[in-house]
Design a protein. Structure first.
Length: 199
C-alpha cells in the first residue's frame, strides 16, 4: 500500500509524516519529499517559467524514483510518501496536458500509483518565515493548496484533513485514519468517516 500525503506549504505535512512514522514505525516506510531533497542538495531554484519547467520535470522523476526504490527496499511495508507525483501540477506553469506530455504519463497512471491520498489543508495565519525551501507568499500558498486539491480531486480514496483543525487535531485525525487504513477499512463514506474520526 502507498499513501501520498499532500497539502500546501505551511500545512504541517512533513511534520505529520514524521510523527506518523514514529507512531507506526513497525508497519511504515517513509518516502521523503523529492523537492526538498533536491533544493537542499543545490538544485538551482527560480520562479520564472523556464526554471519551473525544468525544476518540476526533475522533481517528478526524483519523486517517482524514490517511491520505486522504497518499494524495493521496504517490502511488505506501507509507504507514506511526503508528497506525490501529481503535486507537480500545482507548481507547473503550463497546461495540465503539457505537464503529462513532459513527464510522459497521464492522470490515470499517476492516480493509480497511490492507494490513498491524505490532503493536509492549509489555513491562515501564514506566519512562517520564508527561507531557501519555503519562498511562497500568502497568496501563493492559497493558490498552491487549491491547485493541489484540484490535482488530486479524482482520486477515489482522497481524505482531506480540514483547514480549520489545528495541527494537534490534524495529527489525531491522521493517526486514526492511518490506523483504520492499515487495518483495511474502506473509508467509502468520507463525510461520515470524518465525523466519526473527529469524535
Amino acid at each position: 500500500m502507498k499513501i501520498a500525503v499532500t497539502g500546501g506549504p505551511t500545512a504541517g505535512k512533513t511534520a505529520l509524516v514524521e510523527t506518523l512514522f514514529l507512531a507506526f514505525s513497525d508497519r511504515l516506510g517513509v518516502v521523503q519529499e523529492a523537492a526538498s531533497m533536491l533544493f537542499r542538495a543545490g538544485l538551482p531554484r527560480g520562479t520564472d517559467v523556464a526554471h519551473l519547467l525544468v525544476q518540476e520535470r526533475v522533481i517528478y522523476h526524483m519523486q517517482k524514483a524514490l517511491e520505486d526504490l522504497a518499494t524495493l527496499d521496504k517490502p511488505g511495508r506501507v509507504l507514506l510518501c511526503d508528497r506525490g507525483t501529481l503535486d507537480g501540477l500545482a507548481y507547473w506553469p503550463g497546461t495540465e496536458a503539457s505537464y503529462f506530455a513532459v513527464i510522459d504519463s497521464n492522470i490515470e497512471a499517476e492516480l493509480a500509483r497511490y492507494d490513498w491520498v491524505l490532503h493536509v489543508d492549509v489555513a491562515p495565519p501564514y506566519d512562517f518565515q520564508p527561507n531557501t525551501l519555503r519562498i511562497e507568499s500568502a497568496e501563493e500558498i492559497i493558490r498552491i493548496n487549491e491547485r493541489l486539491k484540484s490535482a488530486w480531486s479524482l482520486h477515489p480514496k482522497r481524505f482531506v484533513l480540514p483547514a480549520d483543525a489545528g495541527f494537534v487535531h490534524k495529527l489525531e485525525l491522521a493517526t486514526r485514519f492511518l490506523d483504520r487504513a492499515l487495518d483495511g477499512h474502506s473509508f467509502e463514506a468520507k463525510a461520515s468517516c470524518l465525523a466519526e474520526l473527529s469524535n
